[in-house]
Unconditional design. Sequence first.
Length: 714
Amino acid sequence: MGRKVRVGIDVGGTFTDAVVLDNETFEIIEKMKIPTTHHDEDGVAKGIVQILQTILQSKGIAPEDVAFIAHGTTQATNALLEGDVAKVGILGMGAGIDGLSARSESNPGQIELAPGKYLHTYHTYLDSRHLQDETVEQALNELLGQGAEVIVASEAYSVDDPANELIIAQAAARRDVFATGGHEISQLYGLRTRTRTAVINASLIPKMMETANMTEKSVVNANITSQLMIMRCDGGVMSIEEVRKRPILTMLSGLAAGVAGALMYEKISDGIFFEVGGTSVDISVIKNGKVMIQNAQVGGHRTYLQSLDVRTLGIAGGSMIRVADGRITDVGPRSAHIAGKAYECFASPAQLQNAGVVFISPREGDAPEYAIIRGGSGEEFSLTLAGAANLLGYVPEGDYAYAGKESARLAWDALGAHLGISGEAAARQVMDLAIEKTMKTVNEMIADYELDRSFVTLVGGGGSGAVLIPAMAEKEQMKWQIAKNAPYISTIGVALAMVKEQIERTVINPTEADIKRIRSDIMEKIVQSGASEETVEVTIEIDNQKNILRAIATGSTELRSKDLGQAAMTEAEMRAIAASSIDASADSMFLAAKTGRWHLFVNEEVRKAFFGLIKRKRTSVSVVDREGVVRFKQAGVRYGEFSKKQRDEGFVAFLDEHTIYSDANATIPKVFLFFREKMLDLTGMQTKEQLLSIVDMETELLSEEEAWLAVAYQ
């Protein structure tokens, strides 16, 4: 028996990467890149098989020592962007008066996935009061006869009773046709959006199944007994069985993997994460140590798919430079890769002797304004953002994107001569343009998520992180860091990912029974997906505006949660981090309470008003976990520490004291609890009864003497 390892494989547009990590310490044992096998008859699965065999053999790792294996893929996203999807037959159902609206709402027509690329659907409708075997068979014959390759069954209220959708799915399965029901994709009312989400999901099934089956076979053939997990778009993983039912959840998963890796390694409280490649940068937000999530859109249409809020810009290491009327006008969106040119900074100085500037159109229809360099011997190289960053000294030696200054200087001096300025001045103009374009999105995200600019860290990942982030942070006077192992950060994220599941239901004023039911359903679902029960954390959210009851569960696939073998922080280090999170001096903070992994630091400030006649005390709190990540920070807060046996007289009294009573109702405060390894967010609760029922469920296993920390604010 050797040491146990975790394997992560990330299938990208250009390369398929793999890493092997030590299961205990998470140090990297081996990492590897090979070109993605798009054109092989077995598709991208071929590359997964190849890299898996090679990486395990290279370190002599025995199959039984693989404790966890997962892969992330851009396959679903690419299939949608390229329109490489199956044709979908929709069998809509409804009854009585609802039937009229159900007929149109279950028929989305052709769905535009990308300019000029469509998902084709065929539709038929049945009255679900008269469902019989022969009418179902006739409807399936009609849809398959028109060319449907996958079937979606979609009935008006199937989230309450999925029986009819299941009948259709079973009838399709008897014909060896893939089928899915709207209720499997989402538990929310809203037939139109639910049908659309189910249709997009179904269109991906045949292609994803091929890859999933082949990858699974290769894992089994390699004698690996650990279950193969697949990355989800919200940063978690799920079992291959679940992918067979809901491949849509793997859409955008490549983007989720990078920020998952950064969170595991970098211990960021509030930050903006940039995964910078050769052609584009993906930008996402981390707040209170968690990644921000929203409903994904496909072709401008909203879906019931929760995914990372990732915004992509055409600015990256290989971005080309545009020149018009004798001045630099833009950087990107075309990249050196698209133009088929090598980067100027990686050329040898000899190749750039007597270089001159030439202008090209990288793609047919592009304006001939993209500047490239032609050396004395006729070889051509693209001017790039990476070249500008190397010339200006932003890329540190040893970095994946480091090329030194010599070649960059020769190339950029040629551009400078063409424009009548120095090469460095031209590089600076380009860098400023790139920063300005990127910061527009960064500022939007800081505003959207109400981040405190002075506490935000810019985190660079991907092969070109150092090309953009140090210069941007310098110009904007913000904190920054390049993630450890940045070029492999996505693959590490896959290897370290947590299992994640989510259920949403339409419930008006949920009762304690509703909350208990959704909690037990999500527990069952996440354990099916491969999480070990004792690591599972469940968050319940109640959205009264939309009448949505939501349960989100995360858990690890093995018996330990991640702490990446970090040494414990000292109290002084934690106090300094807590102070910076609320803009206070470390001397003014005191440790008010601690339990489990949590330290609650407090700053009390007396403010004077009315010429000093009135004094008001303002309490700010920062809760830091043992790894130094700030998980909660807020001004104007009340806090308390309660043992379980003090629930009634202590905690309930604390809750009552901070509840605002009016003639109409009682407004309870927003509450967070911290105990053991858990941070319990109760801010979605509307009533004291709802809040206490969750607290009782979550603290069931605590002993009477064990304490929890509570913070409350209005």
